[in-house]
Design a protein around this ligand. Structure first.
Ligand SMILES: Cc1ncc(COP(=O)(O)O)c(C=O)c1O
Length: 392
């Protein structure tokens, strides 16, 4: 006999999803209406307005793609890349590598600009690649590399792209809501994010926005977009005009209630205050981890507040530590990804999972488990170091 599923209550401090506030979960449990119901159409307008405010843009083509961050990545690239194009793709972690794979599946040539694990994208290398490839039409890069915890200078890379006649596609999956993302201020042509990170919504939606140059590029395409589902010219029939919304696909109505509530909560707090909260808790967590004697491999000036990479101490079984954290404290932290697998942990401080309570729980739990496992750490200093930052 099949049985109902009741998930455990976790504290989510991995690379996403982050904790989803009860208000957001409650919004999701409201009655389902039709995706063309007049009431729902009003909600769609409200979501688009809130997304524009979050991305800091006036772009009309701003909407949540019905799919996770990878769907947003694919939506931006398949609409803006055509077979035969040359695209400069910056790879400084797993997600830059995924952008490259999509560009190549579009039939384009990817010119990669590589940076070491944990380093930001180097604008000087991007400039060199653009000089060597005057035929390039697009630059694609990740603002906040979740696999390494490094933040790149998005404004500088976008500016370079424009100076060389290229559009700029930026991955803001882990940045949106946690650190500044200025779509109009930096001139980003297209960007995608994810619902499950600093927005603290349920997973499965990808906010995207396309600026005027990107819309023009889509309108002037020689070939139709190879993905029917993600073709923005078709999706716009549903999301594009407030007066007339026509069926494209059945929108994930209840997940959109959740996104709306998560965005309302973000703007109740205020974007700048949310960024400051991420920074404060990050500094407290780092102070605690360092007081414990743990190593943070990303240089302080490039660290992402919302994703903290920690080196696993010598001789420690990293998977066993995560298992104990989950079993004894119901606390999830992330494993290393790509080059960091087996050597690093990734501790998320994203959205609702970014509070002093999360910082202190994580430090205390990690210290307890590491000490039990015989790791060489300094005991009794971490929580005090974090509190000194939080109270300072
Ligand atoms: C920077 C970045 N880009 C893209 C993705 C893909 O998002 P999703 O897993 O929601 O498809 C992730 C997911 O962790 C990410 O961190």
């Amino acid at each position: 006999m099949a049985e109902s599923y009741f998930p455990p209550r976790r504290v989510l401090m991995g690379p996403g999803p982050s904790d989803v506030p009860p208000r957001v979960l409650a919004a999701m449990a409201q009655p389902t209406v039709g995706h063309l119901d007049p009431s729902f159409v009003g909600l769609m307008d409200a979501i688009q307005e809130l997304l524009r405010a979050t991305f800091r843009t006036t772009n009309r083509l701003t909407l949540p793609v019905s799919g996770p961050g990878s769907a947003g990545m694919e939506a931006c690239l398949v609409n803006l890349v055509e077979p035969g194009d040359t695209v400069v793709v910056c790879v400084n972690g797993v997600f830059g590598g995924r952008m490259k794979a999509i560009v190549e599946r579009c039939g384009a040539t990817a010119v990669t600009v590589e940076d070491a694990w944990g380093d930001p994208v180097d604008p000087a290398k991007v400039e060199r690649a653009l000089e060597e490839h005057p035929e390039a039409s697009l630059v694609a890069f990740v603002h906040a590399e979740t696999s390494t915890g490094a933040r790149s200078d998005a404004a500088a890379v976008v500016e370079l792209a424009h100076r060389h006649g290229c559009l700029a596609v930026v991955d803001t999956v882990t940045s949106l809501g946690g650190i500044p993302v200025e779509v109009d201020g930096w001139g980003i042509d297209a960007t995608y994010s994810g619902s499950q990170k600093c927005l603290s919504c349920v997973p499965g939606l990808s906010p995207v926005t396309f600026g005027p140059r990107a819309v023009q590029r889509i309108e002037r395409r020689k070939m139709p977009v190879q993905s029917w589902f993600l073709d923005m010219s078709l999706v716009m029939g549903y999301w594009g005009s407030q007066q007339r919304r026509t069926y494209h696909h059945t929108a994930p109505v209840n997940a959109l209630y959740a996104l709306h509530e998560a965005l309302v909560m973000l703007h109740e707090e205020g974007l700048e205050k949310a960024w400051a909260r991420h920074r404060r808790n990050h500094l407290a967590l780092c102070a605690g981890l360092e007081a414990m004697g743990l190593e943070l491999p990303v240089a302080p000036e490039h660290r992402l507040p919302e994703l903290n990479v920690v080196a696993v101490p010598a001789g420690v079984d990293e998977a066993a530590v995560r298992r104990r954290l989950l079993e004894d404290f119901s606390l999830e932290i992330g494993a290393g990804l790509g080059e960091g697998a087996g050597r690093m942990w990734r501790i998320g401080l994203m959205g609702a999972s970014c509070t002093p309570r999360h910082v202190l729980l994580c430090l205390t739990a990690l210290e307890t488990v590491l000490a039990d496992m015989g790791a060489v750490i300094r005991r009794g200093a971490a929580a005090a170091a974090a509190r000194a930052v939080l109270e300072g």
